[in-house]
Design a binder for this molecule. Structure first.
Ligand SMILES: [Cu+2]
Length: 340
């Protein structure tokens, strides 16, 4: 045996001891002697955390959805858009969680050793892919059942149940007057519960400003094309209702996400900032629309039209990032079967 191989084994042994020492308190907390399930979080970042876990045959992995979105943990080749998203060792049966709602969990026990690759059906194209390495059951002597990688992120199912379902707390710096709505917000009390409940109406409410501002733009185009005054009336109506709805939707969005601008999910931060700008823009649009009507000059008319075009761009881009958090960034891409 070459000396560097021996050195490698020594390093592995030392790190295994260190891992065992670090995880000892967590493992001691387990009430029974059954192998603890390794916990994998499904997060707002559209990722499995940790992305890779190593367990022993007979051990289970428990997926916890600690996000706002719906996720799955799926290792069914037929359901993958890209065949590289799935890998099952020979003799292992495909498995799938089905849709796991926010706060929900799914467990799967791995009996066949090997390398498993699995993905989230709605977020496969967003790169939500994870791996489980299953070592043979007798691969270690009388050691503990502590998972060998990512010990910090795993917790025993029995003792740490409360801890395991706790969502990963996103960091935020600005406007942190209210914590972001947790998946189990129904346990909130008083005004907070009411605010979070109001926030649930944010996603459907977004349809109103998007629809009306686009309709207002179309009506303005038709006014220019046909010079029929009826379209001026329609534009004004769309601007009033759409502008107010944009503002209201932004407020609902703040209720949904806990009155903060910055989160650790860049898509959410982008959506939040754009949405807030769009809300204020809606009011600005109403103001300029009314001014243009009273001034009745070409300059004000075109200033209004420029503001309207900007509003159209804002609602579309904001809506895109809102959708991207659930469906991934490439949800409008032509389905080519290949990951970008
Ligand atoms: Cu997902």
């Amino acid at each position: 045996v070459k000396p560097n191989v021996l050195a490698g084994i020594a390093v592995l042994l030392i790190s295994a001891c260190a891992t065992a020492a670090l995880t000892a308190p967590a493992v001691r907390g387990a009430a029974n002697n059954a192998p603890a399930a390794v916990v994998v979080q499904m997060t707002n970042s559209l990722a499995f955390e940790p992305e890779l876990v190593t367990i022993r045959a007979g051990q289970a992995v428990k997926w916890v959805n600690s996000s706002y979105a719906i996720h799955t943990a799926t290792a069914i080749p037929d359901k993958a858009k890209d065949p590289r998203s799935v890998n099952l060792p020979k003799g292992a049966k495909p498995f799938g969680s089905g849709l796991v709602s926010p706060g929900g969990t799914f467990s799967h026990t791995f009996d066949v050793p090997g390398r498993y690759k699995y993905f989230c059906i709605p977020h496969e194209m967003a790169g939500m892919i994870g791996e489980v390495i299953v070592l043979p059951a007798g691969s270690e002597g009388a050691g503990s059942n502590a998972p060998q990688t990512q010990p910090a992120a795993s917790a025993p199912t029995t003792a740490g149940a409360g801890e395991a379902t706790k969502p990963s707390t996103p960091t935020f710096v600005l406007g942190a007057h209210l914590p972001p709505r947790p998946p189990d917000y129904r346990e909130a009390t008083g005004i907070l519960k009411f605010i979070y409940w109001l926030g649930s109406f944010h996603p459907p409410a977004t349809d109103v400003p998007i629809g009306l501002i686009l309709a207002g733009f179309l009506s303005e185009v038709l006014l220019v094309a046909t010079r029929k005054n009826a379209f001026a009336v329609i534009t004004r109506y769309c601007v009033w209702v759409g502008g107010l709805a944009a503002f209201g939707t932004a407020i609902l969005g703040w209720c949904f996400d806990g009155f903060r601008v910055y989160s650790d999910v860049w898509m959410l931060t982008t959506h939040s900032i754009l949405g807030s700008v769009t809300g204020v823009w809606g009011l600005l649009l109403i103001g300029i629309s009314e001014l243009a009507r009273s001034r009745n000059s070409a300059r004000w008319t075109w200033a209004f039209r420029a503001t309207l075009v900007a509003a159209v761009v804002l609602v579309i881009v904001t809506g895109f990032f809102g959708g991207a958090m659930i469906y991934g960034l490439h949800h409008y891409a032509w389905p080519s079967g290949h990951r970008m």
